[in-house]
Design a protein around this ligand. Structure first.
Ligand code: MN
Length: 285
């Protein structure tokens, strides 16, 4: 299933050329109040209301996909964990380009660890990406994003996929510079998630997916998740050794070579096989 959030926080399933509004299926799931839990409410409750979702997918209101505004398919990720250097060709590219490395030498993830992106940076693909510092280089990074489905702590790689809810496309937008990545990659609008979350049952092997991004129609990054240094299972093992993962937490798995600057008005078309394609736009000046 392709779970999406659209328009005024409606919950939907993308089916063919339509969105089916399944918001009412969640009516029986109690809504948490303050203090808010560390999980995303929709992801956490998806399995428990699954029979109602199945029923709604047949009977509920259908709207043409082309007429809705897609929001981030996880409305409230408790945290966004991101792998900084997880494709060998991107490590080489970064070490060869002083505009990317700013005097640092990148070796491997086990030495750098993962970093966190602020959840205030999350947008859907129909919202615009804004450039915070116009005089600095801002890059696209296309990534496979993993959405956690069950609370996970100290999970082994052998069982790691049992904790995955599904997968979406992620853009890890980045200002290049000497600061910590947590700062440079957490600007408002810098974590684009979309167009929907494909549930894990439809993607048995997340480590064999083509991913690509075109900027204004020109291919900039094109790779396959089989080239991940830490594959999806290993990233879950590594991250969950440090933090408890909660339903709705997102792991951005890293980007391959081909990162390049974007500017006002650019159109970014990102694809991951098994998930689909999303088009995101840089805001006009
Ligand atoms: Mn990245």
């Amino acid at each position: 299933m392709k779970l999406c959030i659209f328009d005024d926080d409606r919950i939907g399933l993308a089916i063919g050329q339509d969105v089916v509004d399944i918001t009412d299926a969640f009516a029986t799931a109690s809504r948490p109040g303050w203090p808010y839990p560390k999980y995303d409410w929709v992801i956490k409750n998806f399995e428990s209301v699954r029979p109602r979702i199945d029923e709604a997918s047949e009977t509920a209101r259908r709207i043409p996909l082309a007429s809705v505004r897609l929001r981030a398919p996880v409305a409230n990720p408790g945290k966004i964990i991101a792998a900084p250097i997880n494709y060998k060709d991107h490590i080489a590219e970064a070490n060869n380009d002083p505009q990317i490395n700013h005097g640092k030498t990148f070796t491997d993830l086990s030495k750098l660890g993962v970093f966190l992106k602020a959840n205030s940076s999350v947008i859907g693909c129909h919202e615009e990406i804004r450039i915070p510092f116009p005089d600095r280089r801002t890059d696209h990074e296309v990534e496979l994003a993993v959405v956690i489905g069950r609370e996970a702590k100290r999970v082994s790689r052998e069982n790691a996929l049992d904790f995955v809810f599904g997968y979406c496309i992620g853009l890890d937008m980045t200002v290049r510079g000497p600061e910590l990545p947590d700062f440079r990659k957490s600007a408002d609008t810098f974590s684009v998630l979309g167009p929907w979350v494909v549930t894990a049952d439809e993607i048995p092997d997340p480590n064999s997916l083509d991913l690509s991004i075109c900027v204004n129609g020109k291919v900039r990054q094109q790779s396959n998740t089989s080239y991940l240094v830490y594959n999806v299972q290993r990233l879950i093992e590594y991250a969950s050794a440090m933090y408890t993962l909660y339903p709705g937490d997102v792991i951005m798995t890293g980007t391959p070579a081909g990162v390049s600057p974007v500017t006002y008005g650019d159109v970014l078309e990102a694809s991951v096989s098994g998930i689909g394609t999303m088009t995101a736009r840089m805001a006009a000046d």
